[in-house]
Design a protein around this ligand. Structure first.
Ligand SMILES: N[C@@H](CCC(=O)N[C@@H](CS)C(=O)NCC(=O)O)C(=O)O
Length: 265
């Protein structure tokens, strides 16, 4: 299918490309007989690229949504890290609402269409499904309770930061200037700054490690995508210099192969 979609949802100059070019597929396009690989050798798994051969279940998943959405990007990066293969379809909820509604009438990004046709929404629910598909070594959420708690705490702050940034963007770009609410913007900005202050405080102790120490977890993915998103679309509301621990961790996350494989464009 060829149709034109816009590549940006968040106020930057939109770029047009053909729908077929917006679909990123696993290069190892999965042969029908490679549905289950028993006892995969994770140590030998490639660290980058679509890793179809290491997927334990659920081939042909479709991840729908623009990568400039932090929610879509965290799913793409996480699936990459988990070794789950999927096709990415860059369809915008803003600029191509009708096209998106053909895929999911609720028009929420990310949308994941699973191999049996089930539609999933909400990035954290999609990631919950992804975690269930892979073995423990590939999971991004720690199992031990204290680590899990810290991870969820950081993810909650980062997701709040994403949500508040989205609200600022929608207020500024989807409302006519005369309809904008200054008190609402101030409220949301205060919440956004509180989320990053909480993150910065919690991450200060992380030093040069990842959020939970040596292991890269969902906290690192979510903090990384949140920070990049806010800096890309609402930097004037969140001064990077005020949150050095968050900025440092996010900069290092952006250098990892999975983040580089799924840039926010
Ligand atoms: N909590 C949701 C937030 C997703 C979200 O707000 N996505 C935006 C795009 S960044 C969207 O679908 N907006 C369209 C709408 O809400 O109508 C998640 O984690 O997936």
């Amino acid at each position: 299918m060829i149709c034109f979609v816009e590549s940006s949802s968040y106020g930057r100059e939109p770029k047009r490309f053909r729908f077929s070019e917006g679909v990123r597929c696993a290069p190892l396009s999965v042969a029908a007989d490679v549905s289950v690989i028993p006892a995969p050798d994770f140590a030998a798994a490639p660290k980058n690229g679509r890793i179809a051969a290491f997927q334990e279940r659920s081939l042909f998943m479709r991840l729908v949504g623009m990568l400039d959405s932090p929610f879509v990007r965290r799913v793409a990066i996480s699936f990459e890290l988990m070794g789950l293969s999927f096709d990415h379809e860059a369809v915008s909820v803003i600029r191509t609402f009708d096209a998106f509604s053909q895929i999911n009438p609720v028009v929420k990004a990310p949308t994941l269409i699973v191999d049996d046709g089930t539609t999933l929404m909400e990035s954290s629910l999609i990631l919950d499904y992804g975690e269930a598909l892979v073995t423990e070594e590939r999971r991004l959420l720690p199992v031990a309770v204290p680590e899990r708690l810290r991870c969820l705490h950081l993810m909650g702050l980062a997701l709040a930061a994403c949500e508040k940034t989205v609200q600022i963007v929608y207020e500024l770009h989807l409302r006519a200037e005369t309809e904008r609410s200054r008190p609402w913007l101030d409220r949301v900005t205060r919440q956004l700054l509180a989320a990053y202050a909480g993150l910065n405080e919690a991450l200060t102790s992380a030093g040069e490690g990842w959020a939970l120490g040596e292991r890269f977890t969902q906290a690192d993915v979510t903090v990384g995508v949140a920070w990049r998103f806010t800096q890309d679309v609402a930097a004037e509301y969140v001064r990077a210099a005020s949150f050095p621990a968050v900025a440092r961790l996010a900069a290092r996350a952006e250098q990892t192969p999975a983040f580089r494989a799924w840039p926010p464009v």
